[in-house]
Design a protein around this ligand. Structure first.
Ligand code: PGA
Length: 251
């Protein structure tokens, strides 16, 4: 049985007071929830205060990105150990906005993944096709390559903690969610591809989250699908009220 996970990605939103208020409200909304993992990925500058606000609860924090070197002259970057120091247990890797705006490639995703594992961060590796790729019927090709390149050099033992997130780029922030059937079809393909790289046991145990306009109103149907193990939520994770409702999905 794969344990469900609901993860929030705040992207570049919120201020100090907003972080504090959110933490207080979310803690009270989900204090009785214990059968699923809860994760919030704030901007890096708020990692420490948010981690502190969640201490003593089951809610975990994650970075939105880490660099692959441990330290050095890399202005603007943070390392895995720094994220860890600030209280993160997880890190997103290869989010489509990183790929689109910051020239992230499958090769750099792989480097960041190796760094995350080295520092004991649980990586949430994001994959997904763009609209034109779906229209050209290249969805499986694109995602297959992202997974195989992303996992290059990763051993079976190292892969235990890895989580994947399927985020069709055309569904992110657009209000257009993939239907549960479309999402399930790709999730099953992702699991099959992981099986090809890491074997059946690892594939069966690996959690695959869906992301792209997840809301309180559509999460239940998505979570009913056999290969959807959780959600990576952007916009609807910014308010504790909507994020709390998503966390309480009925699957
Ligand atoms: P969205 O973002 O829920 O706002 O579509 C999802 C994501 O980018 O992780």
């Amino acid at each position: 049985m794969r344990r469900p996970m609901i993860a929030g990605n705040w992207k570049m939103f919120k201020d100090k007071d907003g972080v504090k208020a959110f933490a207080k409200e979310l803690c009270s909304k989900v204090k009785d929830v214990s059968d699923r993992d809860i994760l919030v990925c704030p901007p890096a500058v708020y990692l420490e205060s948010l981690s502190r606000a969640f201490s003593g609860t089951k809610i975990k924090t994650g970075a939105q990105n880490i660099f692959w070197e441990d330290e050095g002259a890399y202005t603007g970057e943070i390392s895995g150990s720094m994220a860890k120091d600030a209280g993160a247990d997880y890190t997103l890797i290869g989010h489509s906005e990183r790929r689109q705006y910051f020239h992230e490639t499958d090769e750099t995703v792989n480097k960041r993944l190796i760094a995350a594992l080295k520092h004991g961060l649980i990586p949430v590796v994001c994959v997904g096709e763009r609209l034109e790729e779906r229209q050209d019927k290249r969805t499986f090709d694109v995602i297959g390559t992202q997974i195989r390149q992303g996992l290059k050099g990763i051993t079976d033992a190292q892969a235990v903690s890895i989580i994947f997130a399927y985020e069709p780029v055309w569904a992110i922030g657009t209000g257009k969610t993939a239907t549960p059937d479309i999402a399930q079809e790709v999730h099953a393909y992702i699991r099959g591809t992981i099986q090809g790289v890491l074997g059946k046991d690892r594939a069966e145990g690996m959690r695959i989250l869906y992301g792209g306009s997840v809301k309180p109103g559509n999460v239940d149907d998505l979570m009913c699908q056999p290969d959807i193990d959780g959600a990576l939520v952007g916009g609807a994770s910014l308010e504790a009220s909507s994020f709390g409702k998503i966390i309480r999905f009925r699957g």
